[in-house]
Design a protein around this ligand. Sequence first.
Ligand code: NAD
Length: 398
Amino acid sequence: MGELFAALRAPSEIIFGAGQRSALSWLGPRLGTRAFICVDPYFATSEEFTELVALVETAGVAAAIFSDVVPELPTDSILAAVEAARSHEADLFIAVGGGSCIDLAKVAACLLAHGGDIGDYYGEFRVPGPILPLIAIPTTAGTGSEVTPVAVITDPRRETKVGISSPYLIPTVAICDPELTLTCPPGVTASAGADALSHCIESYTAISRETNSALAGERVFVGRGELTDSFALAGISAIAQGLQRAYTDASDLEARALVMYGSLMGGLAFGTAGTAAAHALQYPIGAMTHTPHGVGVGMLLPYVMEYNREERVTELAEIARRFGAVGDDESVAALAPQLVQDFLASVGIPSTLDAIGFPTDRVGWAAEQGLAAVRLSENNPRPLADGAVSILGAAAIG
Ligand code: NAD
């Protein structure tokens, strides 16, 4: 990577461990007096959630609960949350749920602080200042949203999913308690786990800071570096050890902890280094097929790795070794895409466009839309201008 470079943007506090959700009793009152709690509708009916609300209220914080969270986050549910939070006079957001729920809280807290239309904030660095404080408590292990500057939205006015990326969207505090993921069914475990693995691999193989023109000028905010590489590799190891176990035995708490740790590592890595082609191309594919985000990125990831291979031999070799490969860099790097595809197939992630219901005659359209997600497509280590169609063409054949 040339000269030593390290950058990290992250919450001011991260707490990880089984049972650590109890930290809400002292973190809540430290950050506000009127909490607006966004909760995943599945999780809202759980005993654990009732206990969390009791912790907040016993600590003297008035709580309002919003459980109308819809997966993949359509804009309507954000607007409903903003209205409800405004009438509660919220000064603190708490999100207890998957990526859809945490992203909802991020955008609602932004709109409450700054007003305007959601579309005003699409893209990068468009949030003008701090949002309301946010405590993020994930109940899936995958998106890393509890530590990232990103929110991903489905806007019916647009053909593809859209992102908001701003350091102001980073939650104030992340509390990661793997016990909260024990109820995730295999499909959610696999999709979220594939998302986490994609975050680790895409940030670890992202464009280097030296060749990133946006980072060379005065906007030296972030970029791939030593810290993000360390997090990404730790995440790949943890997911490689835990995901199949968590998928086959939902009650395996040690496996759940490994995957949630991998997800946290992936979030810390990509929150600074960014993701790339698999994420850019999933936006249109996810919008058209209504498949979960993690299924789409997991399906695309091996084809993106193969496309990038010659630019990232050392990195792909390190990845392959975490899936058990032994040998010199060139030979194990060549195995990495297939090893990752086999690993993901073992938890039920499809491996072709057809298998997720994407019509192959729309490849040209998806490539165009993916390229338009410049924040992601320009972060790919090999230029995508011609490559997007060939990646999708390979994914069509399988
Ligand atoms: P999700 O939040 O959409 O939830 C998926 C399903 O799992 C829902 O039906 C939900 O009710 C259920 N669920 C959640 N927790 C559960 C639990 N503990 N037990 C049983 N069921 C549970 O899924 P996700 O994968 O966490 O989030 C996906 C969203 O996050 C997408 O919109 C994606 O684009 C976005 N995303 C955001 C970031 C980011 O940095 N902000 C990163 C990646 C993805």
